[in-house]
Design a protein around this ligand. Structure first.
Ligand code: SER
Length: 601
């Protein structure tokens, strides 16, 4: 399911056919119950017993073991509503379509029915239960490629249901294939679209076009493959995995143009309008959306921190606070806004009544912390500005703006504002690039996490992880103390290490670094791990790329007197396990940053 829509004219529900979110959910679960499905509970937003997955991002995620063949205690036909959070597009929230938290209604066949029955049930639900007219529906099917044939079975099933040829489209893997991440159960899908009645944006306009004429409403995945790095193999059982976004369907059936106009958001949006002193619709959406997501994350046990899911919650809350400021809303009103947000969804999630007070406390505390951070950022800005002025400079470089943003969470627009006040020019030309690079890194991080949940860290990756610490230490010996880690990426095949150094390494330097790592491997040094206060760890000289991302008490990995780093692990127990280390390549990564690719043989 793609999480966007952009519509101007929408379905006009007939009087009496307006449906609230809770009614749509109940109709869905009851319908599939009547078709022999067991209603199973929604898994928490934060996956249970799986520290490597950040959040559930689809209804199928908690069901992966069953899609792979394990027997489910409730049978082979399941249905549920699943709380989901997708944060890849967090910075897009504010437009009229992106959401981070959403609810996915789903039904599953675990080796039970397949394409024909799944399509017949979807059609019946949309047209009979929800009352959507046939002519408003268009569908897409997989067009076939070397991995899998064209989905003529889905095509025939849609024809049989009553969708005419001109509203059945065929697309490739980009549109009609579904997999969570890089590896796992997957297969061709068929997607259902709602035609808003807008004119086609071009003669070629079709459901894969983003112009807003078509709104995706449901995705049925026919999961009969498993993908790993060697390619596709057939699963033992053929499954169906479907997902229907509740917020989007609510928007259509309430006859609204954006999810923010539905009852799920409107009371909060109205309250923000009432409280604001500066009008800004994007900011109101960001506040309403991020509060709702944070409420749901905190309700399921999430707390703000500097790592992983806690860091995502922190980002949501910081962005929310920033936009409350932008709207000129008195921050003392925050508990009232949270109450209103909870009231909008308490029918869907009655459990919020129990956690309401705790949620408010967590959010208000985090807001207070962030306000302090902003003050620190401002102080830091003043230092930079003073330095520039004392040195006769009038321009603030992009790197400084980005550093204030990344290290102090200090918003670039505030930097710009303050700079203007002090008569300084701001160079923002490269900010977008730095920001995108940063986003790409966090995106890769999250994907890696998701992948980790399905296939945990392998032995080889662990070995490379330890080799990374050795290389970091070796480079500091060979090149100097100015070397610090600037990035790292590990696969089963190789390691990649980015570090600060102003010049290309000579062959001699490379050889020295390689020899040093191999010397330490041959010395069979124990790798030890202990916990200590972050402050003390940093004071004692422990290396750490992102100190601000670690909690107050950290894990430190030490390799004899060779290396000491703040790190989450895992690592090998002794350097003797690593084999032979070889540097394959040394190249520029970005300005002042070099990159080494290396292997263990
Ligand atoms: N897993 C599919 C999706 O997320 C169907 O639920 O779109």
């Amino acid at each position: 399911m793609k999480l966007y829509y952009n519509i101007k004219q929408i379905y006009e529900p007939k009087e009496g056919n307006k449906m609230k979110a809770i009614e749509i959910r109940n109709k869905y679960l009851n319908f599939f119950k009547s078709k022999g499905h067991s209603v199973i509970p929604s898994a928490p937003l934060i996956p249970e017993n799986d520290p490597s997955v950040l959040f559930n991002t689809a209804g199928m995620q908690p069901l992966v073991p069953y899609l792979l063949g394990q027997k489910h205690p409730s049978g082979t036909r399941l249905t549920d509503y699943q709380k989901c959070l997708r944060t890849n597009d967090i910075d897009e929230v504010g437009d009229n379509r992106h959401l981070t938290f959403f609810e996915m209604l789903g039904n599953w066949s675990l080796g039970d029915y397949f394409k024909e029955e799944s399509i017949a049930m979807s059609y019946e639900f949309l047209t009979k239960e929800l009352g959507i007219p046939n002519e408003k529906l268009s569908v897409t099917c997989f067009k076939g490629d070397d991995d899998c044939v064209r989905d003529n079975v889905a095509y025939e099933a849609w024809k049989k249901a009553g969708i005419p040829d001109e509203r059945i489209y065929f697309f490739g893997k980009d549109d009609n294939w579904w997999i969570a991440g890089e590896e796992g159960p997957c297969g061709p899908d068929t997607e259902m679209f709602y035609d808003t009645g807008k004119p086609k944006c071009s003669p070629e306009c079709n459901p894969s076009c983003g112009c807003g004429k078509y709104v995706e409403i449901w995705n049925n995945v026919f999961m009969e493959f498993y993908k790993d790095k060697n390619g596709y193999s057939k699963l033992e059982q053929r499954n169906v995995d479907t997902g229907l976004g509740l917020e989007r369907m609510t928007m259509l059936l309430e006859g609204k143009e954006t999810p923010f106009d539905t009852e799920l958001f409107k009371p909060v949006m109205d309250l923000l309008s009432k409280l604001q002193t500066n009008d800004n619709i994007q900011s109101r959406r960001i506040v309403a959306e991020h509060i709702r997501s944070s409420v749901m994350v905190i309700n399921d046990g999430g707390r703000p921190s500097n790592v992983d899911r806690g860091y995502i919650l922190r980002r949501l809350l910081r962005r929310m606070t920033r936009h409350l400021n932008k709207l000129g809303i008195d921050l003392e009103k925050l508990p009232e806004i949270i109450d209103c947000s909870i009231d909008c969804i308490k029918e869907l999630y009655p459990e919020l009544e129990k956690t309401r007070e705790e949620i408010k406390k967590v959010i208000v505390e985090e807001k207070d912390k962030f306000m302090k951070t902003l003050q620190n950022g401002e102080r830091e800005f003043d230092k930079v500005a003073k330095y520039l002025k004392n040195n006769g400079k009038t321009k603030l470089e992009t790197e400084s703006v980005f550093n204030l943003y990344e290290t102090y969470g200090f918003p670039p627009e505030m930097t710009e504002e303050l700079a203007k006040e002090q008569g300084l020019e701001v160079d923002m030309t490269d900010f977008k690039r730095l920001f995108e690079e940063h986003q790409e890194k966090s995106r890769l991080g999250s994907e890696q996490k998701f992948k980790g949940g399905l296939a945990s860290t392998g032995e080889k990756e662990i070995m490379y992880h330890t080799a990374t610490h050795l290389l970091n230490a070796a480079l500091r010996v060979v090149l100097g103390d100015h070397v610090h880690q600037k990035g790292s990426n590990i696969t089963e095949e190789r390691m990649r290490f980015d570090f600060s150094h102003p010049a290309k390494m000579t062959d001699e330097e490379k050889q020295k670094a390689e020899d040093l790592v191999n010397k330490w491997i041959n010395e069979k040094i124990d790798v030890t791990c202990f916990e200590m206060k972050k402050e003390e760890a940093l004071k004692s000289g422990a290396e750490c790329q992102f100190p601000e991302r670690y909690p107050d008490v950290v894990t430190v990995y030490q390799i004899g007197d060779v290396s000491k780093e703040i790190c989450g692990g895992p690592h090998v127990k002794n350097t003797g396990e690593l084999g032979v280390f070889k540097i394959k390549k040394e190249e520029a990564s970005s300005s002042g940053v070099r990159r080494i690719k290396a292997i263990l043989e």
